[in-house]
Design a protein around this ligand. Structure first.
Ligand SMILES: [Mg+2]
Length: 271
């Protein structure tokens, strides 16, 4: 069995400024049913926002949801979500210095950043909005006060949709990358049989972690650049850049995911 893992916003979901192929989502749903593949959504969205996306865009339910940027994992079985407690235990064990409240106190006085709403926080996720024009000074201050003190990773991404800078503090052991590694291991699937599709900022980790990577055609320039840099440093990395002009699809969003899945043989060309 193979795993097809994908980011949601502007990767599987056509919620950016490019024109999507109208038939792409139905085709994705159909192809993932026909082929023996485990579908994993790896997203910054929490459970409620993921369900909103499924309803709004008509994408199928995943088999597994790595939500909240990888800090929560849920299985979807028989119409119900099951929270993975084993993941919580593993993160606690591997990042013993993690302390969300201590990080909250440490950054409380920094200018141009604002704590996100409570639904975007959890025990392993402390998140902020940042004024994007001031990101360099904010990130410098954040590094001084937090970096290396709490077994954390500091991830900045830019939401091109509404012009907001997003800053996440996560335990180093609970990211999109490590959550997907955990899911693969649980299912006995090697990294070569895991395809991950992304478009921006925090997708860099799973794209350069030894999975088979896919960048949709609308991927951020900065991500494209960073992935190419990583590929130069590590020639073994495999990342496919969706080009479009493929089976009548243009390569943006869902279409790029489909193109990448065919490229790595996740979808059988004869089906
Ligand atoms: Mg995205």
């Amino acid at each position: 069995m193979k795993i097809l893992a994908t980011d949601l916003d502007r990767t599987l979901l056509p919620n950016g400024s490019w024109t999507p192929d109208p038939e792409a989502i139905d085709l994705f749903n159909e192809l993932t049913e026909k082929n023996d593949v485990l579908i994993v959504y790896v997203t910054g969205r929490n459970l409620a926002l993921t369900e909103n996306a499924i309803k709004e865009f008509g994408v199928r339910y995943p088999n597994i949801l790595c939500g909240d940027v990888g800090t929560s994992i849920r299985k979807y079985e028989n119409g119900e979500w099951k929270f993975d407690e084993g993941w919580i235990e593993q993160v606690r064990k591997e990042s013993p210095g993690w302390d969300a409240m201590a990080i909250r106190h440490a950054v409380a006085g920094i200018d141009a950043m604002q704590e996100q709403e409570s639904e975007h926080q959890n025990q392993f996720k402390q998140s902020y909005y940042v004024e994007h024009e001031k990101k360099d000074q904010v990130l410098k201050k954040v590094d001084e006060l937090v970096k290396g003190k709490f077994d954390e990773v500091i991830i900045y991404s830019f939401d091109s949709q509404d012009g907001k800078g997003l800053l996440d503090f996560l335990p180093a052991s609970a990211t999109k990358q490590t959550a997907l590694e955990y899911v693969a291991e649980e299912h006995g699937v090697t990294k070569e049989d895991v395809v991950f599709c992304g478009d921006s900022g925090n997708d860099i980790f799973p794209l350069t972690a030894g999975f088979r990577g896919v960048l949709v055609k609308n991927a951020d320039e900065q991500l494209v650049e960073n992935v190419k840099k990583a590929m130069n440093q590590n020639p073994k990395l495999k990342v496919y850049f969706a080009k479009g002009d493929f089976r009548g699809l243009q390569g943006y969003y869902t279409s790029g995911v489909i193109e990448g899945a065919y490229h790595y043989g996740v979808f059988d060309c004869n089906k």
